[in-house]
Ligand binder design. Structure first.
Ligand code: NAD
Length: 495
């Protein structure tokens, strides 16, 4: 076995390790072996990174740069991502077990977020208020917030970081990034590009390590003005509490239990393709996974036949090979969690129609694999239909008509995404209006773009990422009043 690669944090333009000299081991989920080490930081490291970001926000080149110049730096960064996209993709494959087939497309698309928000940097405009007072000129300025703490989960580190970093920097903020302790390598490799792109030191800083040691002190730090968090609901609530205590702005992108709804008038082949892509892509480790498949009763058997046929062709294997369709899950803890949910579903009376365990194939034995799994006879009140599994486990639930489908779809604490498969345009419209979720896909699933707002209703989060709305999350408004006369009357003399 070769020596693990050592990654370093970036603080004020310097590559540094933790002040305690500790490291977190990062595993390759296909081999089960440690392949890289990242610094295990603590509160003192957090202080150092926040101080660097705070200084870069207040003094030096960054606050004096024109918005157009900031935009050009983001464009240059986008080009550098393109030049390095293959290496970044390979790192996520090794670190997360993500498929190279998916990562090649994802890292090729990633620069678009930096280009889009780079383009928006000099289009952030205040307004002149037609004020109701004589001789008064009143206008607004849109200003950055300050230091933004960005906390990302393990499933798509570079993509979910881009959704935060691109608008935050375009708006003129500085950043401290805390990636997941399980998958920090690609982020540390990526931030090397900022110096090459010409960003002043301190605009982008990283601090790696565990949630308790790094995430908590970072979210509580008095010099952090905003927290942008993607992750689970337990950590999300604690981040929200820290934000409330410190009166910080916050965006939260949390979990989901998204309904993917197939009506009997749908193109059933496409609908089943959408169902498979909705739950088995990224081995089910996506917040937008269509983990509840709602199927109209009269087409249930037809759908199940097609679903089992496609699921039977899924090729599990080495995520570094282009032909692999289902990779391992990212952590051994996550595999245990998924397997425990499979047991829960069985004990609740759901019927396992496909998969349900660890594959027996010798060539997969070192990896953290779980078979693509399909449960039928699921009732929406079961835990398997209410709680986020974050793995390749599909729950099939039947419904009778549109109202019934809607009632089941909305009967969840979450509200992130949803899919509707129908050829009836009226039904498509009605469903898109009544589903309580941040995204509704009609006759498609999993489409995302830098242009389109992304975020959740209910427990799935607060705020939006991507699209023009996203930059608002990183700005605040200042109202300026100017007296045209320059005179102020004595308030104690009545005229
Ligand atoms: P997690 O909540 O355990 O961790 C997310 C990040 O927060 C990590 O960097 C972690 O170290 C840090 N953290 C943990 N506890 C913290 C605390 N108390 N204070 C501050 N930081 C803390 O999430 P995860 O297990 O890495 O990721 C999986 C979850 O992320 C799933 O629930 C999934 O749905 C969600 N997710 C949501 C979206 C979305 O856009 N809505 C996208 C991807 C993943």
């Amino acid at each position: 076995m070769s020596e693990p690669v050592r990654y370093h944090n970036l603080v004020n333009g310097n590559r540094i390790d933790s002040n305690g000299g500790d490291w977190v081991e990062s595993y390759n989920p296909f081999t089960g072996e440690v392949w890289s080490l990242v610094p295990a930081c603590n509160a003192a490291d957090v202080d150092r990174a926040v101080e660097s970001a705070h200084t870069a926000f207040s003094t030096g080149d960054w606050p004096n740069m024109t918005p157009s110049a900031r935009g050009r730096l983001l464009m240059r960064l986008a080009d550098l991502i393109t030049e390095n996209s293959e290496s970044l993709a390979q790192t996520e494959v090794r670190d997360n077990g993500k498929l190279i087939a998916e990562m090649a497309g994802q890292t090729a698309y990633l620069p678009e977020w930096y280009r889009y928000f780079g383009g928006l940097a000099d289009k952030i405009e205040g307004s002149v208020i037609p004020i109701d007072k004589p001789d008064m000129f009143t206008f607004t300025r849109r200003e950055p917030l300050g230091v933004v703490a960005m906390l990302t989960p393990w499933n798509s580190p570079l993509l979910l970081l881009a959704w935060k970093l691109a608008p935050a920097l375009a708006a003129g903020n500085t950043s401290v990034i805390k990636p997941s302790e399980f998958t920090s390598s690609s982020t540390l490799e990526f931030v090397e590009l900022f110096e090459k792109a010409g960003f002043p030191p301190g605009v982008v800083n990283t601090v790696t390590g565990y949630g308790q040691d790094v995430g908590e002190p970072l979210t509580k730090h008095p010099d952090v003005a905003k927290i942008a968090f993607t992750g689970g609901n337990v950590a999300g609530q604690s981040v929200y509490q820290a934000a409330a205590r410190g009166m910080k702005k916050v965006t939260l992108e949390l979990g989901g239990k998204s309904p993917n709804i197939i009506f009997d008038d749908a193109d059933l082949d496409s609908a089943v393709n959408g169902a498979v892509s909705g739950i088995f892509a990224a081995t089910g480790q996506t917040c937008i996974a269509g983990s509840r498949l709602l199927v109209q009763r009269n087409v249930h058997d037809q759908i199940m036949d097609k679903l089992l046929e496609i699921a039977g062709t899924a090729r599990m294997g080495n995520p570094a090979e282009m032909s692999t369709q289902v990779g391992p899950v990212t952590t051994t803890q996550q595999r245990e969690k998924i397997l425990s949910y499979i047991d829960i579903a069985k004990s609740e009376g759901a019927e396992c129609a496909f998969g349900g365990g660890i594959p027996e194939d010798e060539s997969l034995k070192n990896g953290w694999f779980v078979e693509p799994t399909i449960f039928t006879n699921v009732k929406n009140e079961m835990r398997i239909a209410q709680e986020e599994v974050f793995g390749p486990v599909l729950s099939v639930i039947t419904f009778d008509d549109e109202d019934h489908a809607l009632a089941i779809a909305n009967d969840t604490q979450f509200g992130l995404a949803s899919g509707v498969w129908t050829t009836d345009i009226g039904r498509a419209f009605r469903m898109s209006e009544k589903i309580k979720a941040g995204m509704v896909w009609i006759n498609t699933y999993r489409a995302v773009s830098f242009l389109a707002p992304f975020g959740g209703y209910k427990q799935s989060g607060i705020g939006r990422e991507s699209g023009q709305e996203a930059i608002e999350e990183y700005l605040q408004t200042k109202t300026v009043w100017i007296s045209a006369t320059g005179k102020m009357a004595n308030p104690f003399v009545l005229s």
